[in-house]
Ligand binder design. Structure first.
Ligand code: UDP
Length: 348
């Protein structure tokens, strides 16, 4: 079996590549390293069944790709902090990039798992969120590039399913956390963990009463694999979308307490105005549809997941401080570069 993973050098993508290799599959990882990090591949980049290609899927896919049996399309910046700085890149990868991936699926007959998101529900009026809910999304808010980009990608998937019979499935991924998140990506998990480990106040945006449901990355990856493995005849044709996430919902304030417990600290909290007006107030997945399809369930509770995550961040922070003390980084690994990331302002 050959799997292509776009965005494979990112946080979830790198864990997915690793899990596919552990299952004995050949893995081709494509990433333009815009928000991905080549160091995320350190544990398996030398595996002979693994190949890394630096390329931007918006520009077209590399020509010498082996025909895949399965494609996971995870390429897209995903942190709210990226939504301002990389808005055009996000819209590009969700449109041109999505078409290129769908064409590969059409030509090869591969199963395609498209990484969609809880953000397609926007500020939800239905709670918990079920896949049949159409969402409540601002097309002009700060998050619109991501929310509407991912909704457009879902529409492209449906058009290719209906017109070309592509076997594409939509994985609506809810907040996922774990090792290999970017330290500075601005999301609540890296922010709180790094603040707690550094003895700094935890920044609570708004009143902290907004809720999220945090899923450990191993559970998210298991959900993606289960969805890919599902029999095509069992997929819901009218709505091939499946939520992946953890059903335990907590407020941001409660989450701050959990992070302090995991780090063994009792840092202060600092109130900060909400940076984005369309920050959803409630979010919890109903995952019964994927469980009914595949038997998949979350296995990692928040305390266990946070312990693994804070351990990784502590080591990463120590390494970063050590590298800074040594001067410029000379240890960066050479990789086979098939195409350079393009000038991201050109043609947009
Ligand atoms: N948040 C916060 N402090 C931070 C970062 C985020 O209170 O330092 C809040 C943010 O406003 C949101 C929630 O935590 O309500 C989750 O934010 P994140 O950026 O992780 O992802 P989102 O679920 O909003 O996409």
């Amino acid at each position: 079996m050959t799997a292509v993973v776009t965005g494979g050098a990112g946080f979830i993508g790198s864990h997915l590549c690793e899990a596919l290799l552990e299952r004995g599959e050949e893995v081709v990882c494509i990433d333009n390293l815009l928000t991905g990090d080549i160091r995320n591949l350190d544990d398996f980049i030398d595996d002979p069944r693994f190949r890394f290609i630096e390329a931007d899927i918006g520009e077209g896919l590399p020509e010498d790709l082996p025909a895949p049996d399965v494609i996971f399309n995870l390429a897209c910046p995903a942190s709210p902090k990226d939504f301002e700085a990389l808005s055009l890149e996000i819209l590009d990868v969700c449109s041109r990039g999505m078409v290129n991936v769908l064409e590969l699926a059409r030509e090869s007959g591969a199963v395609l798992v498209q990484a969609s998101t809880s953000e397609v529900y926007g500020e939800p009026e239905v709670h918990p969120q079920i896949e049949d809910y159409w969402g409540h999304v601002s097309s002009v808010g700060e998050r619109s590039c991501y929310d509407e980009g991912k909704r457009y990608a879902e529409a492209l998937v449906m058009a290719y399913r209906r017109r070309h019979g592509v076997d594409a499935r939509l994985a609506r991924i809810f907040n996922t956390y774990g090792p290999r998140m970017r330290i500075d990506d601005g999301r609540v998990v890296p922010n709180f963990v790094c603040q707690a480990l550094g003895g700094r106040p935890l920044t609570i945006y708004g009143d902290g009463m907004q809720t999220r449901s945090f899923c450990y990355v191993a559970d998210t990856v298991a959900g993606l694999l289960a969805l890919a493995d599902a029999d095509p005849g069992d997929i819901d044709v009218a709505c091939p979308a499946y939520n992946i996430g953890n059903g335990t919902e907590i407020t941001v304030l409660e989450f701050a307490e959990c992070v302090m417990d995991a780090c063994g600290t009792s840092a202060e909290v600092q109130r900060v105005p909400l940076p984005q007006s369309d920050d959803p107030t409630r979010r919890r997945p109903d995952t019964s549809k994927l469980t009914a399809l595949t038997g998949w369930r979350c296995e990692t509770d928040l305390a266990t997941g946070l312990a693994l995550t804070t351990e990784w961040f502590a080591a990463k922070l120590a390494e970063t401080i050590g590298r800074a003390a040594q001067g410029p980084d000379r240890g960066h690994r050479d990789v086979s570069v098939v195409s350079r990331p393009r000038d991201h302002t050109h043609g947009l």
